[in-house]
Design a binder for this molecule. Structure first.
Ligand SMILES: C=C(O[C@H]1C=CC=C(C(=O)O)[C@@H]1O)C(=O)O
Length: 411
């Protein structure tokens, strides 16, 4: 957000005794009541979350991936796996902001000045007991049974054997009842505490629903010191008690699966004629109770000719990465369209803030380990990268393990 132009609304005297989470709840209640889209997120290793409220859904529609440069508008990207009328690509403008690291004021952007009178009045009112979360208008996706999912895996392996694809990432949805009195804000706080290195998010959009997640995967990041980051994350095994990530042993299947993702990123750099990048890994990293193989890529934007557009161009090439789609990209996406049997919606899309902390800082993550909230149940999503050596029962088990990451918020 351009700090110079922001208007700071201080909390009124009646809010003097309210702590920051109580104020956050109040702002969220107000945004939901006035039918506005909102995003709440906690970045990896950050101590506090941030809230962004957009003035309207109409102001958030966008056809294009966000521009990752300092001159681009500030906002929160919320992109589906596959863009459609049901699941549009959104960029929620940073109209109203609340940073829990600076809990004394709410910020309002120039484009949202007309919200100031209503917002000022709302800050002085009592918080309603119930929060009216937005629900998607699409029916809940079908939940695959073990037999259905293992059949999909077998199909994927057959497509690899037939050389239609090199790798494909199949996925499924699972339905879980909400525990009595389920509170998404409390669940967000719980996930933030449980997974300090994850990107924890809660996004609620009229007509499109409410999504909660704890992602381990950076898609594209531009940092304050002028670096671009991305990562190749793939391969999964459980983190067993009394073991250390660095002692993990990986099978050939996982090593190859992850290497394909890394190779895809390098091919994107090549397409942009970028030779100057640092590659670190692969090394084993923990994500909740799971271990993955990860290669980190870093580009010093001072050293590249097309620095201003590199982040934007990479984002366009990367999404959806071979960690969520497959390789070659078009053939893998085509396989999923024909055989996966459900709409991923925002699962395995991407999300995150652009130019919110300061101009030129963007942090976009793949929307993994997430769930969609419905009135009485949650739809959880998980996928597994298939290679020619995939064992269907094992892939089902892997999705079960992945579902437990965000599933922890439902206990
Ligand atoms: C597709 C998912 O994870 C991806 C990221 C890490 C490891 C993966 C794997 O081992 O298959 C997946 O590529 C998911 O969590 O739903």
């Amino acid at each position: 957000m351009q700090a110079g132009q922001l208007r700071y609304l201080p909390w009124p005297a009646v809010a003097a005794g309210m702590d920051a989470p109580t104020r956050l709840r109040h702002l969220v209640a107000g945004a939901l009541r006035t039918n506005r889209p909102l995003a709440l997120w906690r970045e990896p290793a950050a101590a506090h979350p941030r809230l962004l409220v957009a003035r309207s859904l109409e102001a958030a529609f966008t056809g294009l991936p966000p521009a990752l440069d300092a001159q681009a508008p500030a906002g929160f990207a919320f992109f589906p796996f596959r863009d459609s009328d049901h699941n549009p690509a959104l960029f929620l403008p940073a109209d109203v902001g609340y940073d829990l690291a600076e809990p004394e004021a709410v910020t309002v952007a120039p484009a949202a000045r007309e919200l100031v009178p209503g917002l000022t009045a709302w800050l002085g009112l009592p918080t309603p007991p119930e929060l009216a979360w937005h629900y998607g208008i699409q029916p809940a996706p079908p939940a695959a049974t073990e037999a259905e999912y293992t059949a999909l895996v077998r199909r994927g392996v057959a497509a690899i054997e037939a050389k239609e694809v090199v790798k494909v990432v199949s996925s499924r949805a699972a339905r879980r009842p909400l525990p009595p009195g389920f509170d998404p804000l409390a669940a967000f706080a719980e996930l933030s505490e449980k997974y300090p290195r994850a990107f924890v998010s809660l996004v609620s959009v009229p007509g499109l629903g409410t999504w909660l997640g704890a992602s381990p995967e950076v898609l594209a990041e531009v940092t304050a010191d002028g670096h671009f980051h991305t990562m190749a994350l793939a391969g999964t095994q459980p983190l067993l008690p009394d073991t250390r990530p660095q002692d993990a042993i990986w099978r050939q299947k996982e090593i190859e699966e992850q290497a394909l993702v890394a190779r895809y990123i390098v091919s994107c750099f090549k397409q942009l004629r970028l030779r100057e990048y640092h590659e670190t890994g692969p090394r084993t990293v923990a994500a909740g109770q799971l271990l993955h193989l990860r290669t980190d890529f870093e580009v010093d934007l001072q050293n590249v000719p097309n620095a201003a557009s590199l982040g934007t161009d990479m984002l366009r090439l990367l999404h959806p990465t071979s960690a969520v789609g497959g390789m070659p990209k078009t053939a893998a996406l085509d396989f999923l369209r024909r055989h996966e049997g459900y709409d991923r919606a925002y699962y395995s899309g991407f999300l995150g803030p652009v130019n919110v902390a300061a101009p030129g800082i963007a942090r976009l993550f793949v929307n993994l380990r997430c769930l969609q909230l419905r009135p009485t149940e949650a739809i959880l999503y998980a996928g597994t990268g298939l290679t020619v050596d995939s064992d269907p029962a094992r892939e089902w088990q892997e999705t079960e393990m992945k579902l437990q990451t965000v599933g922890a918020a439902l206990q």
